[in-house]
Write a protein that binds this ligand. Sequence first.
Ligand code: GLY
Length: 359
Amino acid sequence: MSADIAVVGGGVVGSAIAWRLAQAGAAVTVYDDTAAGRASTVAAGMLAPASEAQLDNPHLLRLSIAAARRWPQFAADLADQAEQTDPDDHIGYRACGTLLVAMSAADQADIDRYRDLYQREGIEIQRWDGERCRTVEPLLSHRVNAGLFAPGDHQVDPRRTLAALIRAGAAAGVRRVAEPVTNLSELKAGRVVLAAGTWSGRLAEFPIRPVHGQVLRLHAPAGDANHIGRSIRAVNRGRSVYLVPRSNGEVVVGASSHELGFDTAARVGDTVTLLRDAVDVVPELTEYRLIETNVGLRPGTPDNAPLLGPIGDGRVVVATGHFRNGILLAPITADLITRYLTTGAEPVELRTFNAERFA
Ligand code: GLY
């Protein structure tokens, strides 16, 4: 193993890789030049191989399903590191499932199409009528007329996860420096892991583009015990909106999707659309406080699947392009990259998702 590894990018993916590498005995330095629009601190934290699935890419779907299975152990390992017994108290990992609801007959046709695709891919899904949806989630609008429950789609709080990864990394010996990297060849380390999200494209030649995603953070009024119990994704007039409720009363509402370069300004129209859709689905949200409006830049690739594995002469190993699923894919990415750098054996996933597929 190369004793000395530089990880460029200190979001959830880079920090998870650094932690796992340090646990495996490597000397790791993370270069973390925090930029506005970092996806890790904006993301809602859906761990949702079904409801966030890209159903036209079977390789990615399989990777996402395997990634979701890895999360309970990853959450437990991080909790152990902090001598916590409950990953919910620690990083907000909640095995709550996700309810996908349709707001009209036309929207129902949309979710039924998903149901067929999920079933074909062997993803567990339950069809509920509107009444069952409201019995389980009493705050749902009376307009909800059908739902699909994905029992394997969970959530985590990405901000708490990142903080825990930084602490766990430090305890394992990771050095973290707040220095910008403008040229990978200037780094002294024997191996370099490029995990700088959408900014990775400024440091190596491959196709990656920023995809603007605006989310809102709402908070339940003080003392309000009625809260949404699980993640909800709704199709409302053909548009998709998701609500990710934390156990502390926060709800993350997302998300827009635009290609605007590196612009990280929030857009009024997106705020209006997100709030209108969210309140249509859960009318009670009008009573909530609007706490934050943020934009994250998702790292998109031509097929919106990640870029993983060695490039060029192999000194640089890429771990980026996770698009809408960086939080879900972080643990599996960390394990694959660590296995490769510590054993030299290239897992099949690194060949499938190698950046050279676009050469
Ligand atoms: N994974 C949620 C989003 O990208 O909006």
